[in-house]
Ligand binder design. Structure first.
Ligand code: FES
Length: 174
């Protein structure tokens, strides 16, 4: 097929375009390739805008509704760019046992979005994460690169507020 990502979405950089085309080609003929292609593409762009979903559907020769269905079904995938504060909740086994689902639900309630989504003002995203290697300290939550351990649902609001202050001070000092 002669089409390239450049003809579908103009905002991606030349290097990103090259990487996405390479990803699609590297999974050529692989059964069940849709999810890995989406996953690798999201690593390149940080999210999966509708135009890219359409491009992937064309290149993989599958209906756009199938691609969109997968993107919206799995909280791993996001259709919007990540927010300024990307809040991750570990759903690895140890954290799950320590009720990380409650942390996720509380965050969803506080921010008014679901896991994998971003607030309309672009300030917050919620990400569902796999094991972060701090299983003994679960449930584990992250905000950008910072890790918070033994998180309690009634502390979440405070943790977010403290983190925002910390980042603001960090920016002022740098
Ligand atoms: S399961 Fe959450 S850090 Fe390992």
């Amino acid at each position: 097929m002669g089409s390239t990502v450049a003809g579908v979405i103009s905002e991606v950089t030349v290097e990103q375009r090259r990487q996405i085309d390479h990803i699609i080609e590297s999974f050529d003929g692989t059964p069940g390739r849709l999810i890995p292609v989406l996953h690798e593409t999201q690593k390149v762009l940080g999210f999966l805008p509708p135009e890219i979903q359409e491009y992937i559907a064309i290149r993989l020769n599958i209906p756009i509704t199938d691609v969109h269905g997968v993107v919206t079904f799995y909280s791993l995938f996001s259709e919007k760019p990540k927010g300024k504060f990307c809040i991750g909740v570990c759903k690895g086994t140890a954290c799950y046992v320590k009720k990380s689902q409650k942390i996720l639900e509380k965050l969803e309630e506080l921010l008014g979005i679901r896991g994998g989504d971003t607030t309309d003002d672009g300030k917050y995203s919620i990400e569902v994460l796999r094991c972060l290697g701090s299983c003994g300290l679960g449930p584990v939550m992250t905000i950008n690169e910072k890790v918070y351990t033994r998180v309690k649902t009634d502390r979440i609001k405070e943790i977010i507020r403290e983190h925002e202050e910390w980042e603001a001070n960090k920016d002022e000092c740098s």
